[in-house]
Design a protein around this ligand. Structure first.
Ligand SMILES: [Zn+2]
Length: 238
């Protein structure tokens, strides 16, 4: 299957769905990790340009661990909302290029607006990609011919969150952590900015869901409930 993961910042997909993406890659799916923001706000010392360049390399290294294609859409952090139309167009082009069987993205209930808007951009782009008169920078990609199921990852720190689909990532938790730890600049930054150790956090939350499912580590998802998008089968790995 073709899997398109759409994240806000360069490390979000690893935090929210890294174990599942690793499982998709393992079962032979073609995985594309598409990130809207360039990571330009993620440091105190480096300039915006310096940190964006560092984070591009970090994200590429992470994607390479599972053989995923990495695409960054290059908008400055904190300006996702301000670039809404531009990003719907760019994500629509990514959908036309990747032709996903399903999409994984943020939910609409996130702790920062850029994450929540990423959800809406992804949803909006699934319609735009099917509309032949919708503007494109890549006329070489054919108009997409279907709506895809959209699975939303749990919000940051699983606040008021209850997923309905569970993926056992016991066999890929180490890969998830390894992918996340490519984002060295963010391990530093989040300790300073948020006083958290995300390498630890991602294991804690996956372990808590694992206990609920009577296994080791689990990532949880919800399915977007909108016309045309409801899945007829299990798309996420077992
Ligand atoms: Zn983020």
């Amino acid at each position: 299957m073709n899997v398109l993961a759409i994240g806000c910042h360069p490390d979000d997909l690893e935090i929210n769905a890294g174990g599942t993406l690793a499982k998709c890659a393992k079962r032979g799916d073609k995985v594309t990790m598409c990130v809207l923001g360039n990571g330009s706000a993620g440091h105190k010392v480096y300039t915006k340009e310096e940190i964006a360049a560092i984070r591009l390399e970090e994200a590429k290294n992470s994607a390479a661990i599972i053989g995923a294609e990495y695409i960054n859409l290059g908008v400055d952090d904190m300006f996702i909302r301000a670039n809404y139309d531009l990003l719907v167009k760019r994500v629509s082009d990514v959908i036309r290029k990747c032709r996903p069987d399903f999409i994984i993205t943020h939910g609409a209930d996130e702790y920062m607006v850029d994450h929540s808007i990423t959800h809406t951009i992804a949803f909006d782009a699934t319609m735009a990609a099917t509309v032949s008169h919708y503007p494109t920078d890549h006329p070489e990609y054919p108009v997409f011919d279907k709506f895809t199921p959209i699975f939303t990852a749990e919000n940051t720190h699983a606040v008021n969150s209850f997923p309905e689909i569970f993926v056992d990532i016991t066999d890929t938790i180490d890969t998830k952590v390894k992918m996340y730890e490519c984002h060295k600049s963010q391990i530093e930054w989040l300790k300073v900015h948020d006083n958290i150790d995300t390498s630890e956090n991602i294991k804690v939350f996956a372990r808590a869901r694992g206990l609920q499912c009577d296994t080791g580590y689990v990532e949880g998802f919800n399915v977007l409930k909108q016309a045309h998008h409801l899945p007829l089968k299990r798309y996420l790995p077992e």
